[in-house]
Design a protein around this ligand. Structure first.
Ligand SMILES: *[C@@H]1O[C@H](CO)[C@@H](O)[C@H](O)[C@H]1NC(C)=O
Ligand SMILES: *[C@@H]1O[C@H](CO)[C@@H](O)[C@H](O)[C@H]1NC(C)=O
Ligand SMILES: *[C@@H]1O[C@H](CO)[C@@H](O)[C@H](O)[C@H]1NC(C)=O
Ligand SMILES: *[C@@H]1O[C@H](CO)[C@@H](O)[C@H](O)[C@H]1NC(C)=O
Ligand SMILES: *[C@@H]1O[C@H](CO)[C@@H](O)[C@H](O)[C@H]1NC(C)=O
Ligand SMILES: *[C@@H]1O[C@H](CO)[C@@H](O)[C@H](O)[C@H]1NC(C)=O
Ligand SMILES: *[C@@H]1O[C@H](CO)[C@@H](O)[C@H](O)[C@H]1NC(C)=O
Ligand SMILES: *[C@@H]1O[C@H](CO)[C@@H](O)[C@H](O)[C@H]1NC(C)=O
Ligand SMILES: *[C@@H]1O[C@H](CO)[C@@H](O)[C@H](O)[C@H]1NC(C)=O
Ligand SMILES: *[C@@H]1O[C@H](CO)[C@@H](O)[C@H](O)[C@H]1NC(C)=O
Ligand SMILES: *[C@@H]1O[C@H](CO)[C@@H](O)[C@H](O)[C@H]1NC(C)=O
Ligand SMILES: *[C@@H]1O[C@H](CO)[C@@H](O)[C@H](O)[C@H]1NC(C)=O
Length: 837
């Protein structure tokens, strides 16, 4: 359907074989067609060229030695010279501007800027920028400010909403015709901005919103070649600029919009000495803007590729069935909130509900609500405003809502974000809870995984097989990969599963759990997390249990659910909460844990009335227990696990105040050497997230070490990491701890409630271990095994490096700073991004 722009190459006939190379253009020395201007490192070349088969002559820039070459910039694309014109020249005019004149001395192109001095020079940089500068080397004009169809590293495209300036890429008419074509690629002025390609004035492709490291709609965008895709929006200045910068100057890459409208990233491959395509957009019809129409959902793996959002039906069945999806879908049932008030007054109004769709390229025309700090707030804002048709809470952005028809939605196999679409209550055909959200896109997955977990729970009674944890690892990894749920597992999953020793998991019936929790009575509620409420229950044999009823409205989807079950059923350690069983019936997904009478650490630590109950000995025991549990997760268990959401509220305490790590919903398994994982979805809790994870989405076991360091300092000080934020002159607990320690007054950090009971040497050791764990660079942080040794006093303690990220004024680069400020600019600093319990 989409003609990919096959020839990446633009040849030119008159490459002036005998051309002489010059290094600058001055008033005295113009550039003639027999010459080329070359960058000092011989990387780029500027000169006159004639496209294959054309009668026109242009001035342009191309790669000098990397053939086949690409014309990356054209000066006079819309005012060509005649190919026969041998007397044309590119000169510096008497006003200091660059001018391209034909043989009649008519100016066909000019830089046309106001120049104070007429003593100017033009030269070409090794980055491909053609620059006009004055005698003091001050840049007066640059080709980077006037792009053609190509984006080079360190070049920016974007706009200034104040001045109306647009610096966009405009395609060639065709491969041999540089004149301005139909397609324009630029950045939109919205928050967050999107990369957009228009065909004339109609949208042709969009990237989805920028999530601070990548675009939500471009899961294939591979940043490994780049130090970064950078998109900076300055609301005050009204500017938004995007650039893609290579890691080092010897990596050559460029992006361009082809005459057929495909935005393409090309990279020079040193191995094969040729250009290769890194990504293209759109690369299939699903990516073309609005293929499935309003409220239509595109999945390139399905056939047909379009379907309606649950609760919607094709506007025209005939058109839809003939695969013309452009008119999209309409609601099956009017929204309850839109119903006529006179009627609703007399009837009991049912609230609308949300249908959740996972792994989505979110629809176009999002509105960003900047004052909403968590997913719950986002949902209730949307629920209470009838014009709100959908919402999505993206950890790195915040709350996005939609008031216009939802268009250009795409479903991915990996990456993407969850979108919750408002539908009338009746549409779901279910009436369990008002906050019910059905995960449409994982329906198949639910059936499948439900079966798998059911099997897992059931097989507990079967004969103990070989304790083959590799098998479970394979199974788990396959499930987690979850590209196409069933397919990746093939038919063998059943066989694999049969051999798994599913330990002591019990399958509970829903009615039994209803009974033991007294119908989930509010008085039995232990707490409420983002993933659902937790209730206390008492089994017939008198044993107490904690029952976590996963609300499907929460962040914990099927993914997290199966993850947690499989992980935790296999992990057994005295400092990890033990999963006793599960229940899957209908829409109910329930986990049953051992009950821990003293609830979570934060209920003591941050409560001025109760913190004294945690004397130093208990705190030290808790610290060492957590360290030991983490060490087990990282190193000793057969499955190597990164927890990813370690925090005080996830540490539960038993009757003897032994700590137990809970909430594995976000945990990820890693294999031996593969310690750096990249995730597009940054989840976790601000304040505990390591810089590399919060900013780059990169996590490793060292991200857990960072969280552990924060937690340790919190336990010692009895203060929340984020609570000191903005107060006084301290950035947060970490910088405060660092300052005290570096001034030699580290003990002042100690919680006043325990200052008289503590062992100063142990406290000092803990503070130092904490500071070592929160160092900026993951490689500087010790691993958990070393930390356990350090805590026990069996190991030397090195000196920590100052945690610069925690000092606002010392944040190293401009980009990094704005990232942090953006993250913390809302009032949500203490909230979980996905609030686990
Ligand atoms: C122009 O290039 C020549 C060498 O090609 C160099 O000697 C000269 O200094 C350059 N002039 C300016 C103004 O850069
Ligand atoms: C120029 O175009 C002709 C016909 O389209 C083609 O055969 C030839 O290979 C092209 N030459 C170059 C250098 O691209
Ligand atoms: C620069 O401008 C001055 C006067 O404005 C003029 O006399 C001189 O010829 C100009 N130089 C060039 C190289 O055009
Ligand atoms: C130069 O710019 C002025 C206004 O800024 C415009 O009127 C003029 O036509 C431009 N000249 C060329 C050659 O583009
Ligand atoms: C232009 O500036 C250069 C130094 O940058 C100087 O050597 C030269 O004489 C100047 N030319 C004119 C015409 O002013
Ligand atoms: C600038 O932003 C406003 C809204 O903030 C918008 O209405 C206007 O169209 C924008 N201008 C441009 C040139 O994009
Ligand atoms: C772009 O728009 C033009 C004019 O509306 C149309 O003829 C052409 O088919 C469009 N191209 C694509 C790839 O959609
Ligand atoms: C830059 O990239 C090249 C090619 O991959 C590599 O050989 C070189 O070591 C890199 N240089 C630096 C400073 O990273
Ligand atoms: C699809 O339907 C629209 C609206 O009814 C119509 O304008 C368009 O021509 C149809 N497209 C095709 C390819 O049939
Ligand atoms: C509201 O309902 C009443 C009675 O059912 C009806 O007469 C009226 O037209 C309705 N108004 C709207 C705006 O639908
Ligand atoms: C409801 O949502 C619309 C669209 O987002 C917004 O313009 C309007 O101000 C909201 N109303 C209220 C009361 O918040
Ligand atoms: C796990 O998977 C790998 C590769 O997919 C395979 O080589 C290995 O045999 C599997 N292990 C088991 C126990 O099935």
């Amino acid at each position: 359907m989409i003609g990919l722009y096959s020839s990446l190459v633009v040849f030119f006939l008159l490459q002036a074989h005998q051309s002489t190379a010059v290094f600058n253009i001055t008033a005295a020395e113009p550039l003639f067609p027999s010459q080329t201007l070359v960058s000092s490192g011989q990387i780029f070349e500027l000169g006159f060229f004639t496209p294959n088969g054309s009668a026109n002559r242009y001035v342009g820039i191309w790669y000098k030695s990397m053939t086949p070459s690409k014309i990356v910039w054209v000066a006079n694309r819309d005012t060509p010279l005649a190919h026969s014109d041998q007397s044309a020249k590119l000169k510096i005019g008497s006003d200091g501007n660059l001018k391209l004149v034909d043989k009649q001395q008519n100016i066909v192109w000019s830089t046309n800027v106001s120049v104070h001095s007429n003593n100017t020079t033009a030269m070409l940089t090794d980055g491909g920028n053609f620059v006009l500068q004055d005698r003091n080397s001050v840049e007066i004009w640059a080709s980077f400010d006037d792009p053609t169809d190509t984006l080079l590293p360190n070049m920016e495209i974007g706009l200034n909403n104040r001045t109306g300036e647009r610096r966009y890429l405009v395609s060639w008419k065709n491969d041999n015709y540089p004149s301005s074509g139909y397609f324009v690629t630029g950045i939109t002025w919205e928050t967050p901005p999107q990369l957009f390609t228009w065909n004339g004035s109609s949208p042709y492709w969009r990237s989805g919103p920028w999530d601070r490291s990548t675009f939500i709609g471009m899961p294939e965008m591979d940043s490994s070649y780049f130090s970064g895709y950078v998109l900076q929006q300055d609301l005050q200045q009204g500017t938004a600029y995007f650039s893609a910068n290579t890691k080092n100057n010897s990596l050559f890459a460029y992006g361009f919009v082809s005459p057929g409208g495909v935005l393409t990233l090309i990279i020079w491959d040193y191995g094969s000495k040729s250009w290769s395509t890194n990504w293209e957009a759109p690369s299939n019809s699903c990516e073309v803007y609005g293929t499935c129409g309003p409220f239509g959902l595109c999945n390139s793996l399905n056939s047909p590729i379009c379907r309606c959002v649950k609760g919607f039906t094709p506007r025209s069945k005939e058109e839809w069935n003939s695969r013309n999806w452009t008119r999209g879908c309409i609601r099956e049932t009017e929204l309850n909130c839109q119903k006529n008030t006179s009627r609703s007054a007399s009837m009991q109004v049912k609230k609308d509900v949300f249908v959740q769709m996972n792994r989505m390229k979110v629809p176009d025309s999002a509105e960003y609500l900047k004052d909403i700090g968590d997913e719950g707030g986002c949902q209730s804002w949307c629920l209470n405003n009838c014009t709100c048709l959908a919402y999505s809470y993206v950890g790195t952005i915040g709350c996005l809502v939609w008031a216009k028809d939802l268009i250009d939605m795409q479903e991915f196999s990996t990456a993407g974000q969850d979108v919750c679409v408002r539908v009338a209550h009746d549409n779901t055909g279910m009436s369990i809870q008002t906050r019910l959200i059905i995960s449409v896109s994982t329906m198949v997955g639910i059936v499948f995984v439900g079966a798998a977990i059911f099997s897992l729970c059931k097989w507990r009674t079967s004969k103990r097989g070989t304790n083959n944890s590799n098998l479970l690892l394979n199974f788990t990894l396959n499930v987690l990969k979850d590209k196409t749920g069933e397919m990746s597992l093939g038919n063998s999953w059943k066989d694999q599963l049969k051999q798994v020793d599913a330990s002591e998991l019990t399958m509970f019936s829903f009615s039994n759990l209803l009974h033991v929790t007294n119908n989930f009575d509010a008085t039995n509620k232990l707490g409420q997390g983002g993933f659902g409420p937790v209730y206390k229950g008492k089994l017939n044999d008198g044993k107490e249990i904690a029952v976590k009823r996963l609300s499907s409205s929460s962040g914990q989807g099927m993914e997290e659910f199966k993850n947690e079950i499989i992980l935790i059923s296999k992990l057994q350690h005295r400092n990890l909460v033990r999963l006793m069983g599960c229940c899957i019936e209908g829409e109910e997904k329930i986990l049953v844990y051992e009950y821990l009478s003293n609830k979570s650490l934060d209920t003591f630590l941050f409560d001025s009335g109760r913190k004294a109950e945690l004397n130093w000995d208990i705190r030290f025991q808790i610290i060492r227990g957590i360290a030991s549990g983490l060490q087990y997760l990282h190193r000793e268990s057969n499955l190597r696990v990164i927890h990813r959401d370690l925090k005080a509220s996830n540490i539960l305490l038993d009757e003897k105040m032994n700590p137990k790590i809970s909430d594995f919903g976000l945990a990820r398994i890693f294999e031996g050497t593969q310690v750096l994982l990249n995730t597009h979805k940054v989840v976790g809790t601000l304040g505990y997230m390591s810089p590399e994870y919060a900013m780059g989405g990169i996590f490793s076991e060292k991200s857990d070490v960072y969280s552990f360091g924060v937690l340790l300092l919190e336990i010692v000080s009895g203060k929340k990491n984020t609570s000191l934020y903005y107060q006084g002159h301290h950035f947060n607990l970490l910088s405060y701890a660092w300052q005290l320690w570096s001034e030699g007054t580290g003990l002042d950090l100690t919680d006043e409630a325990i200052v008289h009971t503590c062992s100063t040497s142990e406290v000092m050791r803990c503070i130092l271990v904490g500071l070592l764990s929160v160092q900026d660079h993951a490689t500087d942080r010790p691993n958990m095994s070393s930390l356990v040794l350090m805590l026990s006093g069996e190991s030397e303690l090195p000196q920590p490096r100052p945690p610069t990220f925690t000092f606002k004024s010392e944040i190293p680069s401009h980009d990094v700073k704005s990232e942090w400020e953006c993250i913390f600019s809302t009032n949500s600093i203490t909230n979980s991004v996905v609030d686990g319990r």
